[in-house]
Design a protein around this ligand. Structure first.
Ligand SMILES: Cc1cc2nc3c(=O)[nH]c(=O)nc-3n(C[C@H](O)[C@H](O)[C@H](O)COP(=O)(O)OP(=O)(O)OC[C@H]3O[C@@H](n4cnc5c(N)ncnc54)[C@H](O)[C@@H]3O)c2cc1C
Length: 405
């Protein structure tokens, strides 16, 4: 068959693969399968400007109609891949359409985890899609009470936005601080800032259950019961307890799906199958581990490596991934990878004025740098401290998967 690249998932990663393929001169057949009924859009504003009502949906589109036209791709929008046969090289969509491919790129992202017992509760929501953000935003009216379950980036960002909208906000997390991935010091500071802005931040306590709240003395549609017996009435509960890779449709293949799709250092998961973005766990030569990250820029960085690899050009991913989070007025950027045992050392600390940088060290080596309202200095530190002295070896091992479907 002549070359036909099928990309499943049209978020940041899937769209970037398609754009980069054309940019690099690929002029063969290209098909894009996207499960959502929207043009490809950017997710980070969903918990920030878009949720706050400061951006229109049209401002989130990652590509306008002209760009999509220029891609000259067959697009299936609002259609999901439901199965793949890697031996026959076909993908089946809902509705039964079978797409033969010469190369498959999987960029299906992740799906939020939910709390047991919350399915079907009107006010218990998760936040992943544009439609989720619309549903949540419609409930975040002044005076309404929001309980955020989970103290990660999504939970804290949404808590800040809900405060700005005039809601009463309680955030519950079983960890010792919010943003536990940033370590105790930065996490404590982030929690203090959130509390100072008006949120009630409850750490080291888990949610036992969420139920319909009819008949509660203080009203509220929902009743959130914590492990320590505390009851929190709320009109809305945001469940932000992490996510799982969207790989169910690949379950009958031989791909290694132990945590997302296991790939080599250029995104190859099996012969003629690549994966990139949140769904993909790439081999990282510098650490010798497979790593799956849920960061916006990382998704498009991987996508460009995949597009090049599909066209026979070897590229490598930078050792130091980048992400940011907006904590209300405070913008945090991180370059590199913060290992669980890393120690944080504030570099140029001005915590009083909420502007500092710091480095994370593990075994005496800098593994990451952080900027708190100080992106330029963080970038300078990245250049100084995070350049890889030993370039990654070419041809890292392919994942254990085979081409059998
Ligand atoms: C609310 C929110 C805020 C965020 N904020 C930040 C931030 O501040 N900084 C940061 O670095 N990162 C942030 N992120 C993470 C960032 O958005 C992701 O890392 C990025 O979107 C990943 O892109 P992706 O293309 O891999 O996956 P996605 O954007 O999830 O796209 C995957 C697409 O595939 C589709 N799909 C899934 N299964 C199928 C199927 N079987 N068939 C067809 N299509 C399918 C999905 O519907 C989806 O449209 C945020 C994420 C969210 C949800």
């Amino acid at each position: 068959m002549s070359r036909h690249i099928v990309v499943v998932g049209t978020g940041a990663a899937g769209l970037t693969v398609a754009e980069e393929l054309r940019h690099l001169g690929y002029d063969g057949a290209l098909t894009l399968v996207g499960g959502e009924n929207h043009p490809p859009y950017d997710r980070p504003p969903l918990s920030k400007r878009f949720l706050a009502g400061e951006a229109e949906a049209a401002q989130l589109w990652l590509a306008g109609p002209d760009v999509l036209d220029r891609l000259d791709a067959t697009a299936y929008r609002g259609r999901r891949a439901v199965a793949a046969d890697l031996a026959a090289r076909t993908v089946t969509l809902d509705g039964g359409t079978v797409l033969p491919y010469s190369d498959l790129v999987v960029a299906t992202g992740v799906t939020p985890r939910t709390l047991p017992g919350t399915a079907g509760l009107t006010g218990a929501l998760t936040l992943k899609t544009l439609d989720d953000a619309r549903a949540l935003g419609a409930r975040l009216l002044p005076g309404q009470r929001l309980v955020v379950v989970g103290g990660g980036f999504l939970g804290t960002e949404t808590a800040w936005t809900a405060l700005a909208l005039g809601c009463g906000v309680t955030l519950v997390t079983p960890t010792t601080t919010v943003l536990p991935g940033l370590g105790d010091r930065v996490g404590s500071l982030a929690g203090e800032r959130l509390a100072a802005a008006g949120a009630t931040v409850l750490t080291q306590v888990a949610v036992h259950s969420v139920r319909e709240g009819d008949g509660l003395p203080r009203g509220g549609d929902l009743d959130v019961l914590l492990d320590d017996g505390t009851r929190l009435p709320a009109e809305t509960v945001l469940v932000a307890i992490g996510s799982r890779p969207d790989t169910g449709w690949l379950s009958v293949t031989n791909l290694d799906l132990s945590d997302g799709i296991r790939c080599d250092a250029t995104g190859r998961a099996a012969p003629r199958v690549h994966a990139c973005g949140d769904v993909a766990a790439w081999y990282q030569p510098s650490s010798g581990r497979h790593l799956r990250l849920e960061h916006r820029m990382h998704a498009s960085d991987q996508a460009r490596v995949v597009a090049a690899d599909l066209l026979g050009e070897h590229r490598e991913l930078d050792r130091a991934p980048f992400f940011w989070t907006d904590q209300g007025p405070n913008k945090i950027v991180v370059h590199g990878l913060i290992t669980p045992d890393a120690e944080f050392d504030a570099h140029e600390a001005d915590t009083e004025h909420d502007r500092f940088t710091g480095v994370y060290r593990t075994d005496g080596r800098v593994c990451a740098v952080l900027g708190w309202n100080n992106p330029r200095q963080a970038m300078r530190l990245r250049r100084e401290l995070l350049t890889d002295p030993a370039p990654a070896p070419v041809g890292a091992p392919l994942a254990a998967a085979t081409s059998a479907g």
